[in-house]
Ligand binder design. Structure first.
Ligand SMILES: NC(=O)c1ccc[n+]([C@@H]2O[C@H](COP(=O)([O-])OP(=O)(O)OC[C@H]3O[C@@H](n4cnc5c(N)ncnc54)[C@H](OP(=O)(O)O)[C@@H]3O)[C@@H](O)[C@H]2O)c1
Length: 234
């Protein structure tokens, strides 16, 4: 059975990834900060026979000790696909020229930029022992330097541009182990973060991203894809 581990699985894009991969028969380790309050995720997990196909684990991705503990818990478990999905978008009022909230910036870097590397380091053994050996980090077009025509959003843009270069290095460093590492832009998605005016649903976004992930080979490692399979310029 193919296995994946995902962060930020209790709502939005993360929850939809759990729904779709579990429906396809994957074994899913669904991580979220507060499992006791993750009603939609717990409901989903309980839909599967034996209640083992979707296993919910507590994980705040800024807590490196908790990441290490989870890795120890799953030490002998091959993981085909790690999805670094958890992300934050700082409040607009703290992310404009002259109004920058520097504490929010540090937090955004901890979640959006550093955690994907820490997760990759912690789960390298489990990934190496799997069949598909794939790390997908959910980034944003807002982290594309080429695509930045609107300015502003210093915190979010820099945290996603930062994780893009992190994943590029990861793809090079892990190529001897035949591990694939890519960044994926999910589109503008109707979630708490994307808002109701966004262009696509989480279902459409994740359906597209799963297609991209399913077609990845080692030659694709280090690339920046959108949910529809297009290459996004750095
Ligand atoms: N929606 C869009 O249009 C869009 C566009 C481009 C990129 N993205 C990216 O797509 C990913 C998912 O976004 P979304 O739209 O699903 O956002 P969302 O609805 O706001 O969900 C964010 C998820 O991240 C989790 N999270 C935040 N901080 C965390 C932490 N410290 N540790 C663990 N989990 C944490 C949240 O958990 P809690 O419930 O505990 O807060 C929640 O599960 C993010 O990386 C985002 O930057 C989204």
């Amino acid at each position: 059975m193919k296995t994946m581990l995902i962060t930020g699985a209790n709502r939005g894009i993360g929850l939809e990834f759990v729904r779709q991969y579990a429906a396809e028969g994957w074994h899913v380790f669904a991580c979220c900060r507060k499992p006791a309050a993750a009603d939609k995720l717990n409901y989903l997990a309980n839909q599967f026979p034996g209640r083992i196909q979707v296993q919910v684990h507590a994980l705040d991705v800024t807590d490196h000790q908790q990441i290490e503990q989870l890795s120890q818990t799953l030490i002998n478990q091959p993981i085909d696909l790690l999805i670094n999905n958890a992300g934050v978008y700082p409040p607009d009022r703290g992310d404009a020229f002259g109004k920058t909230d520097y504490a929010a910036w540090q937090h955004a870097f901890a979640v959006n930029t550093m955690a994907p590397l820490r997760m990759s380091e912690a789960f390298i053994r489990q990934l190496s022992r799997s069949e598909r050996k794939t790390i997908v980090t959910i980034t944003s077009k807002m982290g594309s330097v080429t695509d930045n025509r609107g300015g502003g959003s210093y915190i979010y843009r820099s945290s996603k541009a930062g994780v893009n270069i992190v994943v590029k290095s990861l793809s090079i460093d892990l190529s001897p182990q035949k591990i694939i590492a890519v960044v994926l832009h999910p589109g503008w998605v109707k979630t708490d973060m994307g808002g109701p005016g966004a262009l696509i649903t989480a279902e459409q976004s994740v359906t597209g991203m799963r297609r991209v992930i399913g077609n990845l080979t080692l030659q694709d490692s280090g690339k920046f894809y959108a949910f529809d399979g297009q290459i996004v310029p750095w």
